[in-house]
Design a protein around this ligand. Structure first.
Ligand code: E4P
Length: 217
């Protein structure tokens, strides 16, 4: 499964990229607002750090507006994937982007039929929002499972990008189900590294190595 960071925070992105585990990055208007950055300047900087797809989201909601914004975002860097909301105008624009060779990430997906339509329109990625579904007492992971099955049934090339991830267990479940990618906040990516038994085991090995060094002949 490809691992993307869900962030617009350059220092966080740099820190995770340095681990050598990052396949891409997703941003959205809220993440950019959180770090006080404009999309036109932040995205090229992220693309210099992340050697993979970097999603940049349009804020227009009409067909012409989405096309205009998406085309100019795509020109910012070769890594840019244009993020488009799952609305009728968005699907129409995704079809046009696909003809133009512009890659897309269709966002704010909350149902399997929405995901089917996005793929029919030519989306490169579909982003089902797990955590936000869980927040409304629905099982977000069921949606991932349905989309993966539907895409497999019909050999659809759109990649499932599990989004709105809230815990390491979400990542495990998405990987077991077979989501192609997951976009994960930096904090959770760091949690994925940790296990208490690793820490206890390492402490023991280091103590024994010290003991052995002191007594070894
Ligand atoms: C995905 O592309 C979105 O940026 C993100 O995963 C949304 O997550 P949230 O529900 O935690 O805001």
């Amino acid at each position: 499964m490809k691992l993307f960071i869900d962030s617009a925070d350059l220092s966080e992105i740099k820190e995770i990229a340095a681990l050598g585990i990052l396949d891409g990055c997703t941003t959205n208007p809220s993440l950019l607002a959180k770090v006080g950055r404009k999309i036109e300047t932040a995205i090229p900087e992220i693309c210099e750090i992340v050697d993979g797809p970097v999603s940049a989201e349009v804020v227009a909601t009409d067909y012409e507006g989405i096309l205009k914004e998406g085309r100019s975002l795509a020109k910012l860097h070769k890594n840019v994937v244009v993020k488009v909301p799952l609305i009728a105008e968005g699907l129409h624009a995704v079809r046009t982007f696909s003809k133009e060779g512009i890659r897309t990430n269709v966002t704010l997906c909350f149902s399997a039929t929405q995901a089917l339509l996005a793929s029919k329109a030519g989306a490169t990625y579909i982003s089902p929002f797990l955590g936000r579904l869980d927040d409304t007492s629905h099982e977000g992971m069921e949606l991932i499972e349905q989309i993966v099955t539907i895409y497999q049934n019909y050999d659809l090339p759109t990649q499932v990008l599990a989004a709105s991830i809230r815990s390491p267990y979400h990542v495990t479940q998405a990987a077991v189900i077979g989501a192609h990618c997951a976009t994960i906040p930096g904090k959770i990516l760091k949690q994925l590294i940790k296990h208490p038994l690793t820490d206890v085991g390492l402490e023991q090995f280091l103590a024994d190595a010290k003991k052995a060094a002191a007594t070894a002949k």
